[in-house]
Design a protein around this ligand. Structure first.
Ligand SMILES: C[S@@+](CC[C@H](N)C(=O)[O-])C[C@H]1O[C@@H](n2cnc3c(N)ncnc32)[C@H](O)[C@@H]1O
Length: 384
């Protein structure tokens, strides 16, 4: 059970439900889960990321690593500094509240290797506004390097592309296996109520499932439900096209494919976040709860290689942070109180039961031989 919606949230939710219901009718009575998720998150003015709820942080629905602690971003900056040693810029996708951008710039300034510019590409106008407020509080020499883009840059980046928890926010397909083949899950209407319905899978889903299920180590039983993000490949492809030379550094919760489609993961990876409660019903709290699905990192690696990038590193978040010096950052705390605060944050970032293992870091490079401290302690690439 999630906490009850406020009157304002309930009205918002009903408006989005009506919008989705109209799309179901326009679609002939059924809408794929991918389309439903796109509307639930990004319908103009109504979707979770398009509208004005707090979303990220203590007063919102979920906390991300950079929002929880600047230690995360300072470690990210340590890896960026290696790539930016000879100059270059940073492009961040989906910068949330802007806190990671602010902390990365602050750390890079302290290390004497500020990027020429820090570009942010954000699809949520509401979050872009929060980012502007956050960046506006930085000293001018840092703030003036930040620009907001509404499309990929014309001139490809030499430097670093960053994305933390962006891939999990891309709308995904959902399916249920019947007689070994996928049927696609989506929504239909019962009266005015949205209900989940399976429909014949289209060619894209059928072919993609046939390709990847042939490589799985164990067969999956009928009734198995999971997700497949067909938008992830094109996303990586276009981000790769925007990288002329340097590194794309991705963080997200996810797994190599063989673990993602494990026979025991019978209900998939889709999760809903509302006021720091996690549940698995995407059809409630429309427009006021986040929907996410874990990332199949094998798909990300395949797409990167197809786009001409090298998969230079794949490790748990814990290994990445230890490799980039999180222990030193904790030890450097000025006083006992600050030390205790940093130690507590580091535990949440590192422990396997918290964010340390479920979250992974992946480095995708083009013509880049910069040192990779974030991937020096662990190399999980063979699992992809
Ligand atoms: C889960 S939030 C993570 C925010 C932030 N990176 C953090 O770690 O706190 C997902 C972010 O990705 C953005 N987003 C989703 N799809 C995107 C896309 N295709 N391009 C750029 N940003 C996107 C959302 O608006 C939001 O800012």
């Amino acid at each position: 059970m999630t906490p009850p919606l406020s009157a304002e949230e309930a009205a918002h939710s009903e408006a989005l439900a009506a919008h989705i219901a109209a799309a179901v009718r326009a679609g002939g009575g059924w809408l794929s889960f991918e389309r439903f998720m796109a509307l639930a998150l990004y319908a103009p003015g109504l979707g979770y990321y398009s509208a004005g709820s707090i979303k990220i942080g203590a007063g919102g629905d979920f906390v991300t690593a950079p929002q929880m602690s600047d230690l995360f971003s300072r470690c990210v900056a340590a890896q960026c500094a290696e790539v930016l040693a000879d100059g270059g810029e940073i492009l961040e996708f989906g910068a949330g509240t802007g806190r990671m951008a602010a902390a990365v710039l602050t750390e890079l300034a302290a290390r004497g290797c500020l990027p020429q510019r820090y570009a942010i590409l954000e699809v949520s106008a509401d979050l872009a506004q929060r980012q502007r407020r956050c960046i506006g509080a930085l000293p001018a020499p840092l703030a003036e390097r930040v620009v907001w883009l509404d499309r990929l840059p014309e001139r490809p980046v030499q430097g670093v592309i960053l994305a933390n928890e962006v891939l999990d926010a891309l709308p995904c397909r959902r399916f249920v296996l019947e007689a070994g083949a996928p049927r696609e899950l989506g929504v239909a209407l019962e009266g005015t109520r949205l209900v989940e319905r399976a429909a014949p899978a289209d060619a894209a889903l059928t072919e993609e499932w046939a390709r990847l299920s042939a490589e799985l180590p164990a067969p999956l039983t009928d009734g198995y439900v999971s997700e497949i993000c067909l938008q992830a490949g094109p996303w990586v492809g276009s981000a790769a096209d925007a990288l002329q030379r340097g590194m794309m550094l991705l963080f997200d919760y996810g797994l190599p494919r063989a673990h993602y489609y494990h026979p025991q993961r019978v209900a998939g990876t889709l999760r809903c976040h509302y006021k720091h409660r996690v549940h698995d019903d995407p059809y409630v709290n429309l427009g006021v709860q986040d929907l996410t699905a874990w990332v199949d990192f094998t798909r990300i690696a395949e797409s990167a290689v197809a786009a001409g990038l090298d998969v230079a590193g794949f490790a748990t978040q814990a290994a990445f942070l230890l490799g980039t010096g999180i222990e030193r950052l904790v030890a450097e705390a000025g006083d006992a109180l600050e030390h205790a605060r940093r130690a507590g944050e580091a535990r949440r970032l590192l422990l396997p039961g918290e964010m340390g293992e479920a979250f992974k870091a992946m480095a995708l490079t083009r013509q880049c031989d910069a040192p990779l401290p974030g991937f020096a302690l662990q190399d999980l690439r063979a699992s992809l």
